[in-house]
Write a protein that binds this ligand. Structure first.
Ligand SMILES: Cc1cc2nc3c(=O)[nH]c(=O)nc-3n(C[C@H](O)[C@H](O)[C@H](O)COP(=O)(O)OP(=O)(O)OC[C@H]3O[C@@H](n4cnc5c(N)ncnc54)[C@H](O)[C@@H]3O)c2cc1C
Length: 348
């Protein structure tokens, strides 16, 4: 049996919550701290989409991530007696004839059979949105109600460990002592604010701002999410989340009129009717140039660890990667070389 360790986790976004849940389930004594400064995990659309439409390829390690996240979120729903994880069909409206032809080829391949429906005559003549090149339907696609997930996750940690809604001050961490308590390990899951971290701040973490709108309209489909140039995700009562934008090298989290216009213009490629903007939100994604997370242990401080850089797909990646990180931390199992921070310094 693994000894019961005292573990401090900084950051209660999807990273910090999934890591906390995994460690609690392995019997660890977990304290989670969060200052609620960045709302990235909260404002995210929370969609799980297995394909990258630009090249019509599968998303990285999707065959492992999707089955695992289904079990993870469903079991957390049971444990917390809440509901936040829903299947949602996604319909891709093709941008070009070439894109449609590519889908038609790939839909017969075994490795895509879990994710692509075969195109039907109805898909080609789909007319519930503007649609010049026909459409294809995806399988194994989901939506996480992010607000409900975050409050369920925090509640789980509060019940089975400890949750402190306060700032973590780096200069108060002396060795492994913080706030008069000594921990075995400290795990930093600070999202884009990890740039400020005195031990891991040199890692190549980028800040990619994103904005989203919630819109209301009577004339968009409410039983599926549609996607071309932007996504439109039904959330009930004729309301839809839509977006998002990408802005690099900024650490401001306020919403802008430019982003609102950009998103509304993209919506207009799909839909002509009147649209009311209900709300607008912004957050900063923790991204990396090679599009892989930053996970591992500090080379000189063996009790300090990082779980960050989940980029644009935190809700898809976090469940399985948090398990792999837990196995690394508690059992010494190797991390996937693609996520390990050792890729930036092989001597670590
Ligand atoms: C517009 C938009 C749309 C998105 N849509 C999707 C989507 O559909 N699907 C998907 O999978 N992903 C989506 N994402 C990406 C997803 O949101 C991120 O991958 C994910 O939220 C990153 O989670 P995180 O926990 O690493 O970081 P965060 O969510 O940023 O969490 C970090 C937490 O740490 C706290 N913190 C930091 N420093 C300290 C400190 N010193 N003391 C205490 N607390 C601290 C912060 O306040 C924050 O609460 C979207 C992102 C954006 C911006």
């Amino acid at each position: 049996m693994t000894e019961k360790k005292k573990i401090l986790i900084v950051g209660a976004g999807v990273s910090g919550i999934t890591v906390s849940v995994q460690l609690i389930q392995r019997g660890m004594d977990v304290t989670l701290i969060d200052n609620s400064v960045n709302h990235c995990s909260r404002i995210a659309a929370g969609m799980v989409n297995p394909l990258v439409f630009r090249r019509m390829t599968k998303s990285w390690r999707v065959d492992e991530f999707i089955p695992f996240l289904k079990d993870f979120y469903s079991s957390l729903e049971k444990d917390t007696e809440t509901h936040f994880f829903y299947p949602v069909p996604i319909r891709r409206l093709f941008s070009t004839e070439d894109e449609r032809r590519l889908w038609e080829k790939k839909q017969f391949r075994d490795d895509f059979s879990n994710y692509m429906e075969h195109i039907t005559p109805e898909d080609l003549s789909y007319s519930r949105t503007k649609n010049p090149f026909g459409s294809g339907r995806l399988k194994n696609t989901f939506f996480i109600n992010t607000e409900a997930f975050l409050s369920a996750g925090k509640h789980y940690v509060m019940t089975n460990g400890a949750l402190n809604l306060t700032n973590f001050n780096y200069d108060q961490l002396v060795g492994t002592k913080y706030d008069d308590k000594v921990y075995d390990d400290i795990i930093f899951c600070e999202g884009y604010l990890g740039k400020e971290n005195p031990w891991f701040g040199d890692l190549p973490l980028n800040q990619t701002k994103g904005e989203m709108l919630t819109i209301e309209t009577e004339s968009l489909p409410e039983d599926e999410s549609v996607n071309r140039k932007c996504f439109i995700l039904p959330i009930g009562n004729h309301q839809f989340k839509t977006g998002s934008t990408y802005e690099w090298n900024t650490n401001t989290t306020h919403t802008t009129p430019e982003a609102r216009l950009e998103i509304l213009e993209k919506v207009s490629y799909l839909h002509d009717g009147p649209v009311k903007v209900v709300s607008q939100s912004a957050g900063i994604r923790p991204t990396t140039k090679d599009r892989r997370p930053l996970i591992g242990t500090h080379p000189e401080h063996p009790n300090y660890h990082i779980f960050n850089g989940l980029g644009t797909k935190g809700y898809m990646l976090a469940p399985l990667l948090s398990l792999e990180f837990t196995n690394f931390l508690l059992d010494g199992k190797q991390l996937d070389a693609e996520v390990s921070i050792t890729r930036f310094d092989p001597s670590i």
